[in-house]
Design a protein around this ligand. Structure first.
Ligand code: BES
Ligand code: MN
Ligand code: ZN
Length: 499
């Protein structure tokens, strides 16, 4: 999709469709008032007849609106003005965009970024409109034998802004929205690919391709032999149960000065998690193809950084493997030695994410990062604690946690902090090794983070448990691309281009 930002009168727009908002009950937005006045009360007459109450999600397409240069006017209901919010703006944009795409409009002017929302400036709303419009038209058909395609798809959206002084900021905001949306789409696509296609090798190749296409991005793949040399006994123990070779994918984006210390993003890349010898039950096991969504999030976020040419350095580290039962697989009770030298008793082979992440975290030390953020579909317990709306956030550095929470609120991809207190650490005690890889049912998301905290003492670190947020189940099953928006917002804040 092509996006432009413009200031201008809605009635003067030569376009297939002008989109304006109506709040409940029948209250026009400023742009709708303008159209109404230009058309001598045409819109007033329409709502008076009862066709548009302004309820959230309602739409009404109008043709032949007098004195307007456009072919159509789409009225979209936005609910009560006082209750209007970022998620509602996204919902309205999604509805409008789907209607236009299937309704034959190839271009449109959206008068929606001007709708006031407490705590969010016009520019931040522009970012949301772009993200939502791109997200609305995403569908996964890579593996359908016939692709669904519109006869006259929507190709160009102009965001209309009343105040011309805001144009430069809004143009930048649209570019950011586009870059985030592209990163989100990449993450969704990789997540949706099945385990027999998206293997560790596939992920490595996807990263290599990105490295070839994007400026200032260098990608390197560490093979099993190199991981053996480094002593990554925990990561390799998981990979032993699979016929697919493991990969450690390392991305280096250098947008900053040569000696600027980077931010590191570490993503769990389990391309299929059957649980290993501690085999998972059958229902919904297919969803464990999404166990690489941390990896997909790292690739999506770095893609956005490179597209925006952010003036910072970012490193991505992705340990990737399958977790399957096999004669060579980890067995409950096995003890493995991690790259850090600490030994781990594998009491449950299904707690494999932390095993591959701990070695990746130790490896990350060599970049002397200013902050390390890992993202992982790590625990079912996090889904129980927070549901599907908030990422679980645990950190060893309060200011870093605060930065991430703030970024999440700003872009509406929110995280919620869980405590990482020392008291929880005892649950990982083992009679036979330095630690066990599980800490019991109680506080399962926290004890998983406690495990990781033993490998992150040398830097400021935050852990995002995205088990509940990286994909949705049910009829609309599919990757969400989260937490790419949060991460890019955080990196934008760090790059100082946003405050
Ligand atoms: N990938 C899973 C976590 C998961 C489960 C994410 C369900 C989303 C939905 C992870 O590897 C796992 O199996 N974790 C176990 C840990 C347990 C054995 C301590 C879990 O959460 O049950
Ligand atoms: Mn598992
Ligand atoms: Zn897993």
């Amino acid at each position: 999709m092509e996006f432009h930002v413009k200031g201008g009168n809605p009635e003067k727009q030569r376009t297939a469709c002008v989109v304006v908002a109506v709040y409940e009950p029948r209250k026009f937005s400023a742009a709708a008032v303008q159209l109404d006045q230009a058309s001598d009360g045409f819109l007033t007459n329409v709502v008076r007849r009862g066709d548009m109450e302004g309820k959230l999600g309602q739409t009404l397409m109008l043709f032949n609106v007098p004195n307007c240069q456009c072919d159509r006017v789409l009225l979209v209901g936005c609910g009560r003005e006082r209750e209007f919010s970022l998620p509602r703006l996204r919902q309205v944009v999604t509805t409008a965009t789907k209607a236009l795409d299937s309704g034959g409009s190839t271009d449109a002017v959206y008068c929606l970024a001007d709708l006031a929302i407490k705590g969010h400036e016009t520019a931040s709303r522009v970012t949301q409109v772009v993200m939502a419009a791109e997200g609305a038209l995403y569908h996964f058909d890579a593996l359908k034998s016939t692709k669904q395609s519109q006869r006259r798809p929507l190709r160009k959206i102009v965001l209309n802004i009343a105040n011309r002084d805001e144009l430069p900021a809004c143009e930048q905001a649209a570019r950011e929205g586009q870059a985030i949306a592209n990163g989100v789409a990449l993450a969704r696509e990789l997540g949706n690919l099945p385990g027999n296609v998206c293997t560790p090798t596939y992920l490595a190749n996807a990263a290599l391709k990105m490295g070839k296409r994007l400026k200032r991005l260098k990608v390197q793949i560490l093979e099993q032999a190199e991981m053996e040399k480094l002593g990554m006994g925990a990561l390799l123990s998981v990979a032993r149960g699979s016929r697919e070779p493991p990969k450690l994918i390392v991305l280096q984006y250098r947008g900053g000065a040569k000696d600027d210390k980077p931010v590191a993003l570490v993503g769990k890349g389990l391309t299929f998690d059957a649980g290993g010898i501690s085999l998972k039950p059958a229902p919904a096991m297919d969803e464990m193809k999404y166990d690489m969504c941390g990896a997909a999030g790292v690739l999506g976020a770095i893609h956005a950084c490179a597209e925006l040419a952010l003036p910072i350095n970012v490193v991505g580290v992705i340990p990737s493997s399958e977790n399957l039962p096999d004669g060579a697989a980890n067995k409950p009770g096995d003890i493995v030695t991690s790259m850090s030298g600490q030994t781990i008793e594998v009491l449950n082979t299904d707690a494999e994410g932390r095993l591959i992440l701990c070695d990746a975290l130790t490896y990350t030390e060599r970049f002397e990062p200013t902050a390390v953020i890992d993202l992982a579909t790590l625990t079912g317990a996090c889904v129980i604690a927070l549901g599907n709306h908030a990422h679980g956030l645990m950190s060893n550095h309060a200011p870093l946690a605060h930065e991430l929470l703030t970024a999440g609120r700003a872009i509406h991809d929110r995280a919620w902090e869980l405590p990482l207190w020392d008291e929880y650490q005892d649950q990982l005690d083992s009679n036979f090794a330095d630690m066990a890889n599980i800490g019991g049912r109680e506080g399962g998301a926290i004890t998983a983070a406690c495990f990781l905290s033993r490998y992150t003492k040398k830097f400021h670190w935050a852990h995002l448990d995205i088990a509940g947020t990286a994909w949705v189940s049910g009829k609309e099953k599919g990757g969400t691309g989260r937490p790419v928006p949060l991460l890019v917002q955080f990196l934008l804040q760090r790059a100082g281009t946003k405050h």
